[in-house]
Write a protein that binds this ligand. Structure first.
Ligand SMILES: Cc1cc2nc3c(=O)[nH]c(=O)nc-3n(C[C@H](O)[C@H](O)[C@H](O)COP(=O)(O)OP(=O)(O)OC[C@H]3O[C@@H](n4cnc5c(N)ncnc54)[C@H](O)[C@@H]3O)c2cc1C
Length: 385
């Protein structure tokens, strides 16, 4: 059995630790943050992500903590229905729900069940050195750690990736996004229904139930450059002004939001990489294939990565070969997700009124069966040889 270092205790790093321990390997996860605080807003784990959690033996502990999402309704700014995607079709076909869940709840669930000494907090990773027989990791506090293999699960700004591929930088998608999770039981939103409103002038709003009467919402606006000081200063009242003409439940959800609950991030991704396996080092999750959130697959891809790594290690005894197999099997799918999500974001953020009208007409006329078949690949298993 081998010893693995995992850099990053995000969703991908924790799921991977479960998978490796399940195979009998020893694992040490190093996380930069001194405590795992309640950060992040909501997530959707598609049926594919829930299947990956099942493969990792984590489905039963995660599923009850979220809320099943059975439909995604798309509206225009006047509240007219453009599309009604029945996502329960995929649930029936795969046997797994699509689940809305708070990111912090999911992170805690992944943390539980790991032996207490698996995780080292407050340990920012700085770099590594790879030899024919092992890997040495260096931390900013001057300490080092040795292992047989190292997994970079340290997110979109991965330092592991920066050492391997110094030229790769996150790319800005052209829009910026506010998010929150609010207590919204009193709104009595239809059970299992998530919604998105594609408005005019690049305004977009979405919401998903995440369980216990809580609803996750996001609101996007175009911004030519990232880190716009005007948007940095935005509070709930500014969003209420920007989205004042949006239909229910938008005003109510904003009305239930406190300023301190508001998260703001520019939307970034990573131009698809050609390599994830580098000898004894592997990139995984956002470190290897960060995506814009338009398909709701960022966390799902990290869960699939962890499950696929386990499958590769089971199939291929030599671990460096298993890493290469992982790369071969994951890159086509993650690349497609990143590219499709990028394109979908461009359509959703259209500003020109003529193009917006055309887009909305096409969406309205698109038969449900066609949009469903377009979504089906999201839930497919990885391409099997
Ligand atoms: C704070 C936060 C909030 C998020 N909120 C949402 C959300 O609300 N909705 C959504 O759809 N997606 C959200 N995401 C993104 C989503 O969680 C990811 O797509 C998905 O979880 C991929 O997981 P990951 O483990 O690859 O990366 P991440 O979840 O980004 O985790 C990476 C981890 O590595 C740690 N790390 C980074 N650098 C170092 C270093 N040098 N040394 C040690 N550790 C390091 C980070 O602190 C983090 O814990 C969020 C990510 C983060 C970090």
């Amino acid at each position: 059995m081998a010893h693995f270092i995992v850099i990053g205790a995000g969703l991908g790093g924790l799921a991977t630790a479960h998978g490796l321990l399940g195979l009998g390997h020893s694992v040490q996860v190093y996380e930069a943050a001194p405590i795992l605080r309640e950060v992040g807003a909501g997530l959707v784990l598609g049926a594919n992500a829930m299947r990956a959690l099942q493969q990792l033996g984590l489905h039963e502990s995660v599923h009850p903590l979220g809320s099943a999402v059975t439909s995604l309704k798309l509206f225009d700014q006047n509240g007219r229905l453009l599309q009604n995607a029945d996502t329960s079709v995929f649930t029936r076909a795969l046997g797994f729900d699509n689940v809305g869940i708070h990111r912090a709840t999911l992170q805690q669930a992944l943390l539980q069940g790991l032996p207490a000494d698996t995780l080292v907090l407050g340990k920012p990773f700085e770099g590594f050195q790879q030899t024919p027989t092992g890997v040495e990791a260096f931390f900013t506090d001057g300490t080092t750690a040795q292992a047989d293999f190292l997994i970079g699960a340290d997110g979109i700004r991965s330092r592991v990736r920066r050492q391997l591929l110094p030229a790769t930088e996150p790319r800005y998608a052209g829009y910026t996004c506010w998010r929150a999770v609010v207590e919204a039981a009193q709104l009595e939103l239809p059970e299992g229904q998530s919604g998105e409103i594609w408005g005019n002038y690049g305004r977009r709003f979405g919401y998903v139930p995440v369980g216990n009467g809580q609803v996750y919402w996001f609101a996007c606006l175009n911004s030519p450059a990232p880190q716009n000081p005007k948007f940095r200063a935005y509070r709930v009242a500014d969003l209420q002004r920007e989205f004042h003409s949006f239909p229910a439940p938008v005003p109510a959800l904003l009305g239930l939001t406190r300023n301190e609950e508001l998260l703001w991030n520019d939307i970034l991704d990573l131009k698809p990489l050609r390599q994830l396996a580098f000898g004894r080092v592997l990139l995984l999750g956002d470190a290897g294939h960060a995506t814009t959130p338009n398909l709701g697959q960022g966390a799902g891809m990290a869960m699939e990565d962890a499950a696929e790594l386990v499958a590769c290690l089971r199939h291929t005894p030599l671990i460096t070969d298993a890493f290469r197999r992982f790369e071969k099997r994951r890159l086509p799918r993650t690349t497609r997700i990143v590219r499709t999500s990028w394109q979908l974001g461009r359509v959703g953020q259209l500003e020109n009124l003529l193009l917006t009208g055309l887009r909305n007409t096409i969406m309205r006329l698109l038969p449900a069966a066609v949009s469903q078949s377009q979504m089906a690949w999201l839930y497919e298993e990885d391409n099997k040889e």
